[in-house]
Ligand binder design. Structure first.
Ligand code: NAD
Length: 506
């Protein structure tokens, strides 16, 4: 394990004011290596002293950073971009070792995070306000976008680099300072990113990492100097974060969980649809917020689609993330693996068919004590079943049969989650109708994981997002800035004297 924020035995500590900060470390958590099941290290959990230190460092760095020129900010971002790119493989291996996902997949998340950094490199253009000359006689009006101050980011385990990179490149480019509270399950990537920021020349205190659990989060939510909170994680926590942060007068965006459906119409290319269902269902062992977890097969394609899905699932290779042959790694913790596996018996008890049983998978190099669950397919799932209602967040693909396009679309729109969905069809009219009607925030047409590019914004509807702003793109810029409107008159001998009427243009 490289880096000054961590040691050879992988003891991960906070990064505050441009350097590692051990603090009091009154509490610590274990960090696992999911492929072997062993404890690979420990991470310090912040108490009030570390929370105060991180926010104070960010607050102290704010005045200097907000007044740093846009060109200079962009230069630091460019250097950070180059450094992350150079260390892409190292970051991917670090992520894989703590999360379990295969290294190529981890490299993919770093690449998607880098796209947001690249978007943020355009900050001089993105922060251009408006200007109107002569809104009244010899009076000009203009708007400027100013940073909000100290922003906090609270992120989930499943994308330890990409999700934080949805937030901090934009926040920092806009002139804010940032405190990141990453998941305690895979905390190392965030510290490595902090080291790369320092190497890129970011002033101390502009980017800080605070490790911990609920106590660290609550401390940030109640801290008067934290002005904006971005959260990504499960729906119950997202709802709570939104309510608490808003009650404390903070700007907040809280992205929650998902149950993403893929609608397959009878005219779809079934090979394309089966490839997509398997890739999007089992990539990263289903631990993606944009994973496909439900395939809705419109009659009469269900049996044929199932046959093609089974064929592909049988060819998947499960193994440790650093084995180049492995396509799917273990789950993040034993507890999570057991919870996901419980949906298999539960689904069967409620009437589903266990078409592919992933328990006891063949694992490259042997399963040992790793947190393994192979690809699993539940067929004939219906909306009342727990396997349908709950976000399972693992390698369990449910197949639902629908009698028509309308039935399928209504099922998807009625789901309380509204993160992503996809339609597979060769009928452009049907696809257009779907993207128009469906009550979901991100839609794919023959594309299974429709994650928007960095210059669009990422976010779902309904229980998948609390707040008004999606992440990155222009919504990210607006979230991390406040607009100020200025009306200016430069003294002129003809200013006209006292007038008690309400100002109007003239
Ligand atoms: P989680 O909600 O358990 O944790 C997310 C963050 O909140 C972590 O930093 C964690 O330490 C903190 N946290 C956990 N419990 C808390 C509590 N009681 N009070 C305050 N903070 C708390 O989520 P996870 O298991 O790490 O990640 C998986 C979840 O994230 C899934 O539901 C997935 O759909 C969701 N997710 C959503 C998106 C999206 O864009 N909508 C993206 C990625 C992940």
């Amino acid at each position: 394990m490289t880096g000054t924020g961590t040691t050879g035995s992988r003891h991960v500590t906070h990064w505050i004011g441009g350097k590692p900060h051990a603090g009091e470390a009154a509490r610590r958590g274990d960090v696992y290596e999911p492929a072997s099941g062993r404890v690979a290290g420990t991470v310090d959990f912040a108490g009030q002293a570390e929370i105060d230190a991180a926010v104070a460092a960010a607050k102290a760095a704010f005045p200097g950073w907000r007044d740093t020129s846009l060109s200079q900010r962009a230069r630091v971002l460019f250097r950070f971009r180059e450094l992350v790119d150079e260390h892409r493989d190292e970051l991917a291996r670090l992520i894989s070792s703590e999360h379990g996902k295969v290294v190529s997949d981890a490299a993919g998340e770093v690449a998607r995070g880098l796209e947001v950094v690249e978007f943020a490199c355009g900050i001089p253009h993105l922060l251009k306000g408006g200007f109107s000359e002569n809104v009244s006689t010899r009076v000009d009006a203009y708007s400027i976008l100013q940073p909000v101050g100290v922003a906090a980011g609270i992120t989930p385990f499943n994308f330890p680099a990409m999700v934080p990179m949805w937030m901090f490149p934009v926040a920092i480019a806009c002139g804010n300072t940032f405190v990141l509270k990453p998941s305690e399950k895979d905390p190392s990537a965030s510290v490595r990113l902090a080291e790369l920021w320092a190497e890129a020349g970011l002033p101390d205190g502009v980017f800080n990492v605070l490790h911990g659990d609920k106590a660290a989060v609550d401390g940030l939510l109640h801290h008067p100097d934290v002005k904006a909170v971005s959260f990504v994680g499960s729906t119950p926590i997202a709802r709570r974060i939104y309510e608490t942060a808003a009650a404390n007068g903070k700007r907040v965006q809280a992205l929650g969980g998902a149950k993403n459906h893929m609608l397959v119409l009878p005219d779809a290319d079934l090979d394309l649809a089966a490839d997509a269902a398997v890739s999007a269902g089992f990539g990263s062992a289903g631990e993606r917020c944009m994973a496909i977890s439900v395939v809705v097969a419109v009659d009469p394609v269900g049996d044929e689609l199932m046959a093609r899905i089974r064929e592909r699932v049988a060819g998947l290779t499960v193994g440790p993330g650093d084995d180049p042959e492995a396509e799917m790694g273990p789950l993040v913790t034993r507890e999570h693996r057991d919870k996901v596996a419980s949906y298999l018996d539960g689904g069967v008890a409620q009437g589903a068919t266990l078409a592919v049983d992933g328990r006891d998978p063949d694992v490259l190099g042997g399963a040992g004590d790793g947190f393994w669950l192979g690809p699993t397919v539940l067929d004939h799932v219906t909306p009342e079943m727990d396997a349908y209602k709950d976000e399972i967040f693992g390698p369990v693909l449910s197949v639902v049969r629908a009698g028509s396009y309308e039935e399928g679309m209504e099922l998807i729109s009625a789901n309380p989650y509204g993160n992503g969905t996809a339609i597979f069809t060769n009928d452009g009219g049907a696809a257009r109708r779907f993207q128009n009607e469906v009550e979901v925030g991100m839609v794919g047409v023959n594309v299974p994981i429709p994650v928007p590019m960095a210059y669009y914004s990422f976010g779902g509807w309904k229980d998948s997002l609390f707040g008004d702003s999606h992440a990155h793109g222009m919504e990210g810029v607006h979230f991390y800035t406040r607009t100020k409107a200025v009306t200016a008159r430069w003294l002129d001998p003809s200013h006209g004297g006292v007038n008690l009427g309400f100002p109007t243009s003239g």
